[in-house]
Design a protein around this ligand. Structure first.
Ligand code: IVH
Length: 672
């Protein structure tokens, strides 16, 4: 290897790190990554003078890039080295025995959950802050989203001050649900539960995060006098102590005394893993005794006392029978492969998406070829490679025209996806967007599913979403398999959607690019109702949305552009004329002081602005003076008697600063 090749390799690994840690969208398998990393390490060992400061071996993970506040930790969160077979596992064991000067340790084996590692800070038993691993030292503060996880105790059973580490994850059922929603929204499904969890933890709106059923298991305590070492001599004792505090710990842990036992347990997991409700990508093997762990220590990347053993991804081969070209709601053209049915990790696979024609070219796959399918995180099948060329192979030609409307397809600069630009005329796009409008997350129109929408658009009864509101029972009765009762049900479902919808749901249903539920909600809160949004100029919309935290110029112009388009305005005007003009319900502030009005007077122990911020962040309202309806007056030192009298007259309770602190902590106070 030349020096230039070495640097190219280091750079390539950095790219992969970024995709894995920051974008939650790895482009290569872990095994391949580890192979590249190992090559980098050997090269650096051979040419110590080449090592660049930015080499991926010189740090733990990757810088987080989102808009979450950063936290810095004293004890870095490390990663784990991986092993894939018996000989690598034996090499780990030999290293440990050598490190322990000949002593063979007992190990614990636990599932390696495919989730996101986090650290939770507890102060005197209260959950304070939770952050992702980030680059190990600096992580992202995702406290608000973590608080939505039911398994996370907000208070421990003892007033312990400790940093608890563990894994946030989604079980299989939740993962599949989240992915089904993504497919509906024409977003690429998450490749594995880890990515789905990462995406959910980074939602900017905790109310949205709460809808993602995330779970938690904890496995380590660091820092302070409450560190693991003082709470038990072994991992087992440490976990028992954690459990007694109310922390969720895995029950699937086995302790082994010898390497042979270790091997047997590790091997047994390949069959056992499907019995778990969540996906695991391997097992973690840890030295059981805490003092031995201390003795072994860690490199700057991973502890020497633990190792991951990764299972190979499950694979199967099958023949590509035909390729279906789909047109989505936004015009995106997606190739879907139909395969000979094959069993793969417990399900029968018949279809797999190629996502775009670039991938087909890259794989050089043709109809009739036998391919290798793999299930990542045991869930979605992917085509990995062609294993055997078909004798009768028919090459796949990238379409030049839309299979639905015949319009010439286009590709956006720098994008891989092909799309049909006939936004307002393509029948398939129209049907897909009307179907989308009716979906549960959008207008939630009952009794109106995809096949009915297909018939309605086919027959020309519905040309845009507003036409739905003109449908009559008589018109519906003319459709196939439609009786009086179901026709009435459809009309009723459509009529009811007018009253039920919020502005958020309508905006979701309109299907603007890059505007899913989270951002639609931000727009809805900002503009309150459809009429206001319609009355705003594109520049006003743009400006207002760009001021929202994290919204960004691209999304803002997606919204303003949509509302500037005459054809969209026509449909919206039609909708309003038919009584679809939703507003956004005012959200009740959450927090311990939600709805409580507090006024402050006199000198307090901390600046007035700080007290105001504390009250407001607890959901309270800060009143500048005592008004009718002010609940509390916090009286600091040197407060005038007149002020107190006035408060009394208005029915406001006078409290001191200590009582305010109690209120802020959510404790009840005794009324006089
Ligand atoms: S122990 C210093 N135990 O795997 C030891 N990690 O590939 C750190 N993981 O960053 C981790 N299940 O996010 C440990 N039972 C388990 C785990 C586990 C999943 C994750 C963790 C870690 C990653 C390393």
């Amino acid at each position: 290897m030349t020096r230039a090749e070495y640097e190219a390799l280091a750079r390539e690994i950095l790219q992969h790190d970024r995709r894995y840690h920051v974008e939650n969208d790895p482009s290569i398998a872990d095994v391949e990554y580890d192979r590249l990393f190992a090559k980098l390490k050997t090269t650096e060992a051979e040419h110590t003078d080449w090592v660049v400061s930015w080499s991926p071996t010189q740090r733990i993970g990757h810088q987080p890039i989102s808009s979450f506040p950063k936290i810095t930790r004293a004890v870095p969160m490390l990663s784990l080295d991986n092993t894939y077979d018996e000989s690598e596992l034996r090499a780990f064991h030999d290293r440990v025995v050598r490190g322990l000067e000949g002593e063979a340790p007992a190990y614990v084996v636990e599932p390696k959950i495919d989730g996101i590692s986090i650290e939770l800070k507890y102060v005197e038993g209260k959950f304070q802050i939770g952050a992702t691993r980030g680059d190990g030292v600096t992580g992202e503060d995702v406290t608000a989203n973590l608080r939505t996880i039911h398994a996370l105790p907000l208070e421990l059973s003892h007033p312990v001050t400790a940093d608890v580490r563990g894994e946030v994850y989604m079980d299989r059922v939740a993962f599949e649900k989240v992915n089904a929603e993504r497919v509906t929204a024409e977003e690429e499904p998450w490749k594995n539960p880890r990515n789905a969890t990462g995406g959910s933890l980074k939602l900017l709106d905790p109310r949205q995060a709460a809808k993602r059923p995330m779970k938690l298991l904890t496995y380590e305590v660091v820092g302070g006098e409450a560190s693991g070492a003082s709470q038990g001599k072994t991992h087992f004792e440490l976990l028992a102590w954690m459990k007694s505090l109310g922390l969720p710990v895995s029950t699937e842990i086995t302790r082994v005394e010898t390497f042979e036992e270790l091997l047997a347990v590790v091997n047994s997991w390949a069959a056992r893993k499907m019995a778990l409700p969540f996906a695991i990508d391997g097992v973690v093997i840890k030295v059981d005794r805490i003092d031995q762990r201390r003795f072994l220590g860690a490199t700057n990347r991973a502890p020497r006392w633990a190792i991951a053993f990764k299972f190979p991804a499950e694979q199967a081969t099958s023949k590509l029978l035909r390729l279906e070209v789909n047109v989505g709601r936004t015009g995106a053209i997606t190739p879907l492969g139909h395969f000979e049915p094959v069993e793969l990790s417990g399900t029968t696979v018949k279809r797999a998406s190629f996502f775009n024609f670039d991938q087909i070219r890259r794989l050089d796959v043709a109809v009739g070829d036998r391919v290798l399918l793999e299930k990542a995180g045991e869930i979605i099948p992917y085509v990995i490679t062609v294993v055997e060329r078909g004798t009768d192979r028919q090459p796949i030609v990238e379409p030049t025209h839309c299979p639905s409307c015949g319009t010439a397809l286009e590709r956006e600069e720098g994008q891989v996806a092909l799309y049909c630009p006939n936004v307002f005329g393509c029948p398939e796009q129209r049907a897909r967007s009307i179907e989308f409008f009716c979906k549960r997350d959008a207008m939630n129109i009952e009794n109106l599913g995809p096949s009915l929408v297909y018939q309605l658009t086919e027959k020309g009864l519905v040309k845009d979403v507003a036409d739905l509101y003109d449908l009559t029972v008589e018109q519906l009765l003319e459709l196939e398999r439609m009786g009086q009762k179901s026709a009435a049900g459809v009309v009723k479902g459509i009529a009811e959607s007018k009253g039920k919808a919020t502005l958020t749901r309508l905006l979701v249903g309109l299907g603007m690019p890059k505007i899913g539920e989270v951002w639609a909600h931000e727009v809805a809160v900002r503009f309150a109702d459809l009429a206001t949004l319609m009355a705003a100029s594109p520049a006003e919309i743009d400006q207002a949305l760009q001021q929202l935290h994290g919204f960004g110029a691209e999304r803002a112009s997606a919204v303003s552009g949509f509302f500037a388009e005459e054809r969209n305005r026509e449909v919206l005007t039609k909708l309003m004329a038919r009584g679809v003009s939703p507003s956004e319900p005012k959200i009740e502030p959450s927090g311990v002081l939600a709805g409580t009005r507090i006024c402050v007077t006199g000198t307090l122990s901390r600046p007035r602005s700080e007290v105001q911020a504390a009250i407001e962040s607890a959901g309270g309202v800060f009143d500048k003076s005592v008004k009718k309806g002010t609940h509390y007056l916090v009286a600091g030192a040197d407060v005038g008697a007149a002020k107190l009298k006035d408060a009394e007259k208005k029915g406001t309770l006078v409290i001191d600063e200590a009582v305010l602190e109690k209120l802020l902590r959510g404790e009840s106070i005794e009324s006089p």
